[in-house]
Design a protein around this ligand. Structure first.
Ligand code: XIL
Length: 321
């Protein structure tokens, strides 16, 4: 399957979310990443629970490893994520501080992390998943402690630490909820209007083989209409969204998945080139996909199978351009 590699054939950056353990210890995985992708995102090692063992300490060992790997192999690094309501260390969830203490926590974390990787990390998901599917602000710990104004200040802190980094608002659900899509567009449009330093919008796009083309196109094209750069930031296409515990992978399902990958790539490739930040898949192979473990079901969401081989989905990606 396929002729050439993804990074050679696609006219925009193509990335993957990387598992640090596999990157360090599994040469099949590492070599596949080196061969196929030209952009990388940390699946977990740049999240707050990974970087912050305590209120006063940082552990950059794994994040540095990923950044050094990228540099050595000529890959762009997209940083994920400076602010999220999940993957927080317990000490943050239990942090007993004043409003000023919480603000300082947000500010210091962002400035320290972005500052460390200035010039090495091209772009950041500054805020991840601040909205609910019904378009309201998620009642996260950040909203509870700081109010929704934390969002714009997070962007400003990131900009202070790196004037050149591209700063993204990242979220999911653009393709299945028109309400959420509209709320995300309103959020980023308001931020832009206020002069908040935001450069792009990340569409996670954890989607499924039977999502409609119309919904997928609406997700991408609505984001494009903001004028911001667009990153399909966490793409995967589930084949078992109904959690059938005895489902098996078939050629027929693989072809449906390939067609959906193709449609997404084709739609993305048609947007103005200067708005194409890139497409990042969330993981590399079906063996390292987060979907089976997170949703406790068999699934095969990725373009490579558990033997590191190209699936029909891989050809679907190539066929999109
Ligand atoms: C997931 C990782 O893949 C898992 O390994 C981890 O246990 C939880 O986070 N949206 C995001 C990503 O923005 O950070 C999530 O990654 C998947 C959903």
């Amino acid at each position: 399957i396929g002729d050439g590699t993804l990074k050679e054939k696609l006219p925009f950056p193509i990335g993957a979310a990387l598992n640090i353990g596999l990157l360090k210890n599994n040469s099949n995985y590492r070599n596949l990443v080196i061969k196929e992708f030209n952009s990388v995102t940390a699946e977990n090692v740049m999240k707050m629970n990974a970087l912050r063992p305590s209120a006063t300490t940082y552990n950059f060992t794994d994040a540095d490893y990923l950044v050094d790997f990228a540099k050595a192999n000529g890959k762009r690094v997209h940083g994920h994520t400076l602010n999220w309501y999940k993957s927080l260390p317990d000490w943050v969830n239990n942090f007993n501080g004043t409003t000023a203490d919480w603000e300082n926590l947000l500010k210091t974390h962002i400035e320290t992390v972005v500052g460390r990787y200035k010039g090495k990390v091209t772009s950041w998901d500054v805020v991840n998943e601040a909205l609910e599917d019904d378009g309201t602000y998620r009642n996260s710990i950040w909203v509870q402690k700081l109010g929704v104004g934390y969002i714009e200040r997070a962007f400003q802190y990131a900009r202070n630490a790196d004037p050149d980094a591209l700063l993204f608002y990242n979220d999911y659900g653009h393709e299945y909820s028109a309400t959420k899509r509209a709320a995300i567009v309103k959020l980023v449009t308001d931020l832009k209007a206020k002069g908040v330093p935001i450069n792009g919008i990340g569409l996670q796009m954890h989607t499924r083989y039977n999502q409609t083309d119309a919904n997928l196109a609406a997700a991408i094209n609505t984001a494009v209409a903001t004028g911001l750069r667009v990153h399909i930031s966490e793409l995967d296409i589930a084949l078992n969204p109904d959690n059938n515990q005895s489902l098996t992978y078939t050629t027929a399902l693989g072809e449906l998945q390939a067609a959906k990958y193709k449609f997404i790539v084709k739609t993305f490739n048609a947007i103005p080139r200067e708005q194409q930040f890139g497409i990042t898949t969330w993981n590399v192979t079906d063996a390292d996909s987060w979907i089976p473990s997170n949703y406790n079901r068999p699934d095969w969401p990725m373009p490579f199978n558990n033997l590191y081989q190209r699936k029909a989905a891989y050809q679907g990606i190539l066929d999109g351009v």
